[in-house]
Design a protein around this ligand. Structure first.
Ligand code: EPZ
Length: 415
């Protein structure tokens, strides 16, 4: 991606459906033999990977229009999610719960580590074991068996999004009551619970730290509208602030962005919320802030890289503490190549500003880091080339087109 910076972004844009809501929701199709119809599905590489995984297990998928898909798993024909698939998209590990609940057996590759951290799946495994599954780890695979899972009360050592989703999907067809304590509260977990409830599941407390699931005999088909992507919305809000422009994000899920709005206002951006969405503008210099990433409703780790790019433009010293992933500052050395002044100490990065960023060839290391580099390119002098943008396509739909519609000089160059 080639960006020529220095132009304030102006205009209105709409965000796509949420990637992180869509992925577990697609896996829920395994829980019934009836069709699931999903609307507002983002056309992303990860979504296509998830559908290919499900088709390999026996699903049929039919795109009704550009953003609506009908999925049906009439019969589960295979029980394995291979390493080749899981390593490309670790979110596919949440196939374990629904497959085990539906068929009583599953063989799923463990995802292994990734650029941002070790990302173990011990909480997923402990939770599903607590529901009575017999689980063995063999040859890099989780092999699970259960005649019928049984409800249990379990505590998550930390409110893992993926573990909450996996356990929830295992528990909906279990015998009796499951209580997940210290559950993740993310909007994506809530959206999955909405779909499962529409399929006939009995779930209460989604969005709180205690989720209760009363198992049922069977689930039926359903139709569901995926929530808008709060991380894409947050990224575009930062784009308006870093370029000193004025952008309205029409369908931004503002109720899910309180922490983001608060930090942008603290840094000097003007943020107005109305029933159309959110409008972000900035004319005054940016102010330094302290930022700590936390589980929802705290500040999302998936917007940390974007905010780091913004804070290189603040008049003073900001401090960012990453509490979720142990290796999520890979974008910082690339920002330093553009002239940013950032010092990293363990989980903390000290960002001194205001740095005059100059365009340079930089390399994306993961999805959100790539967005951070593109935002820095929008604020930099001259030209920035961001390579490995395949990371970006995993989580942002037609981002270059959306930014161009707001006046950015950005184009995709084949690598
Ligand atoms: C989800 O990942 C998101 N991915 C991530 O977004 C997001 O960063 C993360 O939640 C936190 O908000 C999807 O929803 C597909 P976790 P997930 O389990 O579920 C540790 C993006 O950019 N942990 O909540 O994998 C883990 O190592 C992606 O879109 C265990 O120790 O995150 C991490 O430190 C990146 N054992 C912390 O918990 C476990 O069994 C939070 O991870 C599970 C997790």
């Amino acid at each position: 991606m080639v960006i020529r910076g220095g132009r304030p972004l102006r205009g209105a844009v709409a965000v796509s459906g949420s990637k992180n809501a869509t992925l577990p929701i697609l896996m829920a199709a395994l829980l019934t033999s009836e069709p699931i119809v999903l609307h507002n599905v983002p056309r992303l590489r990860d979504v296509h990977t998830a559908i290919a995984l499900l088709e390999g297990l026996g699903a049929t998928a039919r795109w009704i229009d550009d953003h609506s898909v009908e999925l049906r798993v009439g019969e589960v024909r295979a029980h394995e999610a291979s390493y080749d698939l899981v390593k490309t998209m670790r979110a596919s590990f949440v196939v374990l719960g629904p497959m085990l609940a539906r068929t009583g057996r599953a063989r799923v590759s463990t995802p292994g580590g990734c650029a941002i951290g070790a990302r173990p799946v011990n909480l997923h495994i402990a939770g599903i074991r607590a529901l009575g599954a017999r689980i063995q780890l063999r040859n890099g695979y989780v092999e699970a068996r259960a005649d019928r899972l049984s409800g249990a009360r379990l505590w998550l050592d930390n409110p893992s999004v993926g573990a909450t989703e996996n356990i929830m999907m295992a528990a909906v067809l279990a015998r009796g009551l499951t209580t997940i304590e210290n559950a993740a509260r993310e909007p994506e977990v809530q959206d999955l619970a909405r779909l499962l409830t529409a399929m006939g599941a009995r779930i209460s407390g989604a969005g709180t730290h205690v989720i209760e699931i009363e198992g049922v005999e069977r689930l039926h088909g359903a139709t569901h509208q995926i929530i808008p992507d709060r991380i894409e919305a947050g990224s575009l809000m930062v784009a308006a602030a870093i370029t000193g422009g004025e952008v309205t994000i029409e369908n931004a899920p503002t109720a899910e962005l309180d922490g983001v709005i608060a930090k942008l206002r603290e840094s000097g951006a003007a943020v107005t919320v109305d029933d159309r969405g959110v409008c972000v503008s900035r004319s005054a210099p940016l102010r330094p802030i302290e930022l700590r990433t936390l589980p929802y409703p705290g500040f999302p780790t998936d917007l940390q890289a974007q905010m780091m790019a913004l804070l290189t433009q603040a008049e003073g010293t900001s401090v960012i503490t990453e509490t979720i992933f142990e290796n999520r500052f890979m974008h910082a050395p690339e920002l330093q190549r553009m002239g940013a002044d950032i010092v990293m100490k363990g989980a903390t990065a000290v960002v001194r500003g205001r740095s005059r960023l100059s365009g340079a060839p930089v390399m994306a290391t993961d999805l959100r880091a790539s967005m951070g580099l593109i935002l820095a390119g929008l604020a930099a002098d001259n030209e920035t080339q961001v390579s490995r943008v395949y990371h970006l396509d995993r989580g942002y739909e037609a981002l270059d087109q959306k930014l161009r519609a707001l006046g950015a000089e950005i184009e995709r160059i084949p690598e």
